[in-house]
Design a protein around this ligand. Sequence first.
Ligand code: GLA
Length: 706
Amino acid sequence: MTTSSPLNVLGLPGLLHGCDYNPDQWQHAPEIIEEDFQLFPHAGIGVISLNIFGWAKLEPQEGHYDFAWLDDIFARAEKQGMRIFLTTPSAAAPNWLTAKHPEILRVDENGQRRLQGSRMNFSPNSASYRAHVSRINRALSERYGQHPALALWHISNEYAGTCYSDESEAAFRLWLKKKYITLDALNLAYWAAFWSRTYTDWEQIRAPRGHGEHTTVHGLCLDWRRFVSDAWQDFIAAEVAAVREGGSSVPTATNLHPGGMPYDPWRLTAPTDIISWDAYPAYHDRDEPWDTGWNVVVHQSFVQDLCRSLRPGQPWILMETTPSSANWMDVPKLKRPGVHVLTVMQSIAHGADAALYFQWRAGRGGEEKFHGAVMELCGGPESRVFADVIAATHALEKCAPVAGSLASAEMAVGFDWDNWWTQANIISHGGHGRSHYPWEQLDLYRTCWENAMPCDVLDPSAPCIDLARYRILALPQQYLLRNGLVEKLTAWVEAGGVLLTGVLSGWVDENDLAFESGMDPAWRRLVGLRREELDHLYPDETNHFIFPKDNALGMNESYAAIDKLELNHLDGAELLASYGSEFYAGMPAFTVNAVGNGFVYYQAARSRQDFRNDLLKALWKKHGLVPLLPLGTLPPGITVQRRKHDDGREFWFVLNFRRIPQSIDLGKIQAVDLISGQEINGSINLTAYGVAVLDFGGIISQPILA
Ligand code: GLA
């Protein structure tokens, strides 16, 4: 990387390439550490994430610190011009600590306290654990907080887990007291008179769990999930506070868990400065990975676009991915040639400024000894994996001008955890196990992904989300309306925003209580509809959206309406399509409500992908959103994503997720492919799993939307 490269999210030049490095496991073999530092520059590793599970080495006995091994690594890194992400070691408590304070260990749903073992096994609500973590964090900060090699505080590692200890339940009650002040308010919010669940003493409130309260009191179940995320947020905030007390002002990040993110990342990341997450996609698991199952390309892109929305205006960090396979996968297939660079560049395409691996060197023992690593047990600098890492280094170095640039989407899809929890777990309108949240979101996003339409994924209520930058916002199944959301949406629509929402939206308030008159009056005004009933169809049944011939949106005359169908009445909105059959044939199936300078489209029933595809394309055309390439240009399995600097310099990432070479006709586009250095003039040929990064150098010869 050159010093003239723009600065990344950490204020360093270019894109960063690095890995988890665990020298605490190799203190008995100094020659290995020597070799590591010889090989880092060969692999192009410029950043090491250190001390992730190093507590036992760092503090072998309470209050007795051994910093020598860390001092040595800091000194070596500094000498080689490498940067360090120093991890606070809370993810794995040492044995002496849990032996002395078993109360820090987590308690499961059945009340059984865990024994020491594995990692992430502590309670975020344990005052005793917090005190010990704060102590070690302060000590680390005092010692390394000003070190020139330190680039980031990596706060712990993939926080996860729910604790049901007495201490946790007491903290939950405190959280509830702060929220509701009185038991009367709580009982009303929980509709506790139903089945005589009224609380007469705060102490009667228990955490919901399988053998207790788990389906009846919806507000309680939802609050518990919020509380668990808030407890983690609080724990993270305490970790960060201790680092600051130690005198360091270096930025912080915590790496979000790749496994579906069971905790609300909007809450978890609030105390930290930079967003980071861990990605372990299994693209190499299938021939056509962009189109199969959950853990696939589109989903990865979806989560990565969520990462960039969590902190608008800031690139993020890919804290972990595997350089080869992950041994915990059902089928840990090796990455096929090209897949590694492709996955690294996918994260850069969606806004990352750094890509790191788990891990540099495989250990000889433990659960992860056969997990992929840059230096695998039978690998080494001559190995295929090492060569893949070098290839990623080259790509990242060539793409240094991308550092610090941002995505600039005018389209967004809403996705928030209150709605996910409520609809996936707590809903009671029937159709259990058939909640399509967040599949609806993902399927709408897929249309954008396949058609070169940049799209953010966001929580519309989040205070950091300024809707003004978006022209179209899709909020499918916005079932739960948080306080203030309808006002925020209304102001944005009145100013010209285009909202797409529909079936199962606006049903309950922030506490998961149905609205008194069935609908929030402000929501009813916004959508221009009055809801009456909800019909459910069997999987093999269909109704239809019937559009008039030659309709203004250019939609076909008929599309399948499936699964869940609302029976609504026009209340200001205009009818665009009606149901084709059943006793409600002719009732509104798709409508638009003009509100100020904007529009609210309402899709009253679930649809298939053909409807979503045609609808989004129609809305883009009608409301002036231009995809990066004309519709129909992209062959299946290719996406184009954009990043942009403030000065207008744009980069388009063209990513081929198929194992066959593919070409694209780019019309009049002229640019340079940063990776190959070739001029791109009119068309581009991508190899199997190939990537090109088009640099327009400030001038874009963009084709006009057909
Ligand atoms: C997670 C953890 C790492 C390691 C990898 C293995 O992402 O953060 O410590 O266990 O999984 O895939």
